[in-house]
Structures are given as C-alpha cells and as structure tokens.
Ligand binder design. Structure first.
Ligand SMILES: NC(=O)c1ccc[n+]([C@@H]2O[C@H](COP(=O)([O-])OP(=O)(O)OC[C@H]3O[C@@H](n4cnc5c(N)ncnc54)[C@H](O)[C@@H]3O)[C@@H](O)[C@H]2O)c1
Length: 264
C-alpha cells in the first residue's frame, strides 16, 4: 500500500469542483499539491484554504490546451517538491447540444452543432489531458517517481443524448489507461507508475449546476441513492486507488447506482 504522507499530487482544474476536493483530501492525508486552473480566482481561493489547513501547495494559472503550460506545471512540481506521485487531470468542460436539430413540424434540420462547439470540448477534455499526462509522465520517469495517473471519465462515456462531444471525450478517458499501462509495461515501468480512470455519475459541482436543472432532476429520480455524488466521495475513491497498488488499467465507476434500471 502506498502512503500519501509527503506525496505530491498534480491536479488540473484544481480551482474548483472535483479537483478542489481531491486537493483538499490529499492535503488532509498529509500530501502536497500542485494546482493548475485557467481561472485565477478559483485557484487563489483553494490555495488560501489549503494554507489554512497548514498544507503545502504550489499553483499555476494556465490553459491545459497549451503545451507550454503543461510543461511548466510538471516542472513546477519537480522544482518545488522534487516529485510527482499522483496526476489527476480534472480540467474539463461541457458544451451540450444536438448534433443536428430537425424541426418538430417540418422534419427538416434547422440547426447543427457548430464545429467550434464540438472541437472546444475535445481540445480541453482530450488534448488537454494528453498534454498534462505526457508532461507529468516525462518528469515522473526522469525523476524516478512512483505513483498513479488517474484520468476522469464519466458515465457519459456510455453515450448521452445531447453530449456527442463530451461523451466522446469521456469514452477516450476510459481507454487511455489501458494504452498507458501497456506502454509503461513494455518499458519496465509497470511496477512504478500505474494508470486508471474514475467514471463518476452526476457530481455536485459547477458543471452540474450548469446543466438543464429540469433534466438533472429527472435523472436523479433514477439514481438509487437519490442525490448527486459528492465531490468528496470521488476524492476518497481516488485516494484508495492511489493507496492500493493492485488497482491498475481499469475504469472505476462511482455513480450511486445510476442506470441500473427504473424503480418498480
Ligand atoms: N460534475 C460531474 O457531474 C462530473 C461527472 C463525471 C465526470 N466529471 C469530470 O470531472 C472533471 C471535473 O469536473 P467538475 O465537475 O469538477 O467541473 P468544474 O466545472 O466544477 O471544474 C472544472 C475546472 O476546470 C477548469 N478548467 C476548465 N477549462 C480549463 C482549461 N482550459 N485549462 C485549465 N483549467 C480549466 C475550470 O476553471 C474549473 O475550475 C471534468 O473532467 C468532468 O468532465 C464531472
């Protein structure tokens, strides 16, 4: 079992939501955090909270779609704390809409999802994750670090209407751990760096607050625990995935029983 005490976590999207919860959970367990977000205010708030917990934290404002920002983030972790033991690329967005919208009366398509709307989600949720993980993995290997790369998939990876962009990115997150684990295994790194994904259902963060609330209410009626998953519950799962070194290459679901069929 790995110990979090003194271990260093790099978290993108650390200025709020699930990233913030993981950061605070990690610090609560004795770890140090390097946080990255595109919104400076969120990052400053989380940094202040962590310092009040007497935790050790470094922050960097940046954009995960930019190669140089990810390189600077991974370097910051090594320069400040000398290691990277956990990588959680949490930066992610939704930009929901139908691929094509046929008019209910005429049956003819009146609107299409613009390329920019589709691409913006891919840029952050896939390319951003790839860049964060690539840069952190390079530093982990070159600095002889052990630990875990934990990607964030979603129950949306199974396919959700209105989310052709988001669902596609989250399906990618569920396959990437298998590729990464296989590549590390080939280079004898498999016993040092593991990779998994967590796939949350609907979690109580700004992301779900930004959804159509009527639709969300309807979805929650089909969740056996009858509520949103708490970001702290996702953080606790990631903590366990880090500790337990037998967990590797898989997707770990956390959704309160969502999609297990209707009541009655
Ligand atoms: N909330 C949910 O229900 C839910 C469910 C399943 C998966 N997820 C995934 O969990 C991750 C975190 O989601 P969340 O609910 O905490 O969302 P959130 O919106 O609360 O937080 C996301 C954070 O990412 C930051 N961010 C956005 N674009 C960025 C960029 N280009 N560069 C750097 N930072 C950027 C935002 O500023 C924000 O602080 C996402 O990948 C999301 O898809 C969320």
């Amino acid at each position: 079992m790995l110990d979090m005490k003194g271990a260093v976590a790099v978290i993108t999207g650390g200025g709020g939501g699930i990233g913030e919860s993981i950061a605070k959970y990690w610090v609560g367990c004795g770890g140090k955090v390097v946080l990255h977000d595109v919104v400076p205010e969120g990052l400053a708030r989380v940094e202040k909270d962590i310092l009040a917990m007497k935790g050790e934290v470094a922050t960097l404002v940046g954009d995960v779609t930019k190669e140089e920002d990810n390189a600077a983030l991974a370097k910051l972790a090594i320069d400040r704390f000398g290691a990277i033991n956990l990588v959680v690329p949490c930066a992610g967005i939704i930009r929901d809409g139908l691929m094509v919208s046929p008019d209910r009366e005429t049956g003819k398509v009146t609107a299409k999802m613009p390329l920019a709307q589709f691409q913006s989600v891919l840029d952050i949720n896939i390319t951003g994750v790839f860049l964060t993980v690539r840069e952190c993995a390079e530093q982990m290997i070159n600095n002889d670090c052990s630990g875990l790369i934990c990607l964030i998939s979603s129950t949306g990876s199974l396919g959700t209407a209105g989310q052709i962009n988001y669902s596609s990115t989250k399906a990618a997150m569920s396959v990437m751990p298998k590729v990464i684990v296989a590549e590390f295994f080939r280079r004898n790194l498999g016993n040092k760096i593991r990779c998994v994904a967590v796939a949350p259902g609907y979690v109580g963060t700004a992301m779900t607050k930004g959804m159509n609330q009527k639709a969300l209410e309807k979805i929650l009626q089909e969740v056996p625990i009858n509520r949103l998953v708490e970001p702290d519950e996702v953080a606790s799962l990631i903590g366990e995935l880090y500790r337990n070194e037998a967990l590797n290459g898989e997707v770990f679901w956390i959704h309160g029983g969502l999609r297990l069929g209707s009541r009655g």
